[in-house]
Design a protein around this ligand. Structure first.
Ligand code: ASP
Ligand code: MG
Length: 277
């Protein structure tokens, strides 16, 4: 079966958690599935990158940025990544900094997108590198090649009617590599610039990718026991709901727990694909 799995920032927040995720992907692979794995930025990285972007003095930005890079390098080291994989990680992060600084004078919003993309590019690089190092063929995929966006920076949209066509090259890559690691939250505008879909947008990305590659379904891993009828942080009496129709899930995602991003359900509903939480 072809499946899309999405792991949030907490699931990849440290090196032992990354190894955990790798274990799950490995067992899916052993069961014969093909998986596209969407991974959020590690832990609170996106907030940290927002802080880099919002610092007005260049020296402060450089400082905060250096801390972000250092944290990722420490994880690379803990995972025991080879020096060439570590260089790839550094290069991918560095290109975000450069793109962001370059457009900053013209557009703060474009600079935001270019900067925060570093979080997902880095986390997916780390997980893919770890899997490869652990002997599993796992390919890294730049989701900006698949999710073409329009609309304003920071709040981009994806034209869902183009997904089938856009998903072809990713699908081919999945057929070759069986496991593909890719980003949520980011995409590319027609002018070539990086875009983002709004905070917490990775669930939505996973749904879009599932439609794009013709997956059998989507699994979203969360730090709650499953889809719930209310936010357990505010309502301790909240219970998990075993199985819901898309329309109901859509409603729950608006009124109930902030378990899944509200836009996630719609593309799945249209394509008739199941979502497992
Ligand atoms: N990393 C992004 C955020 O924290 C996207 C996501 O996690 O869904 O908003
Ligand atoms: Mg996140």
């Amino acid at each position: 079966m072809l499946i899309v799995q999405k792991y949030g920032g907490t699931s990849v927040g440290s090196f032992d958690r990354i190894r955990n995720v790798a274990g799950r992907i490995k067992s899916l692979r052993e069961d014969g599935h093909q998986v596209a794995v969407v991974v959020s930025a590690m832990g609170k990285t996106t907030n940290a990158l927002e802080a880099v972007w919002s610092a007005s003095a260049e020296a402060e930005r450089r400082d905060l940025w250096a801390t972000c890079v250092k944290e990722h390098m420490a994880v690379a080291e803990a995972l025991g990544l080879s020096s060439s994989l570590t260089e790839t990680l550094r290069d991918r992060m560095e290109s975000c900094w450069q793109a962001s600084e370059q457009v900053r004078p013209q557009s703060m919003d474009a600079a935001y997108d270019a900067m925060v993309a570093a979080g997902e590019l880095a986390s997916t690089t780390l997980v893919a590198a770890w899997l490869t190092q652990a002997g599993m063929s796992a390919a890294w995929w730049d989701v900006r090649n698949t999710l073409h966006t329009s609309g304003p920076h920071r709040f981009a949209r994806v034209d869902e009617s183009t997904l089938g066509e856009a998903g072809r090259s990713l699908r081919t890559r999945m057929d070759e590599a069986h496991v593909v690691l890719t980003q949520g939250f980011i995409g590319r505008h027609a002018d070539g610039s990086t875009s983002t879909l709004g905070r917490e947008g990775s669930d939505y990305s996973a749904a879009l990718l599932a439609v794009a590659v013709g997956a059998a379904g989507v699994t979203i891993w969360k730090d709650v026991p499953g889809m719930m009828n209310a936010d357990p942080k505010r309502h301790p009496e909240a219970v998990t709901v075993p199985k819901v129709a898309h329309a109901e899930a859509l409603e729950l995602s608006y009124y109930g727990a902030s378990v899944i991003h509200p836009r996630t359900v719609k593309p799945l509903q249209l394509a008739g694909l199941p979502l497992w939480v």
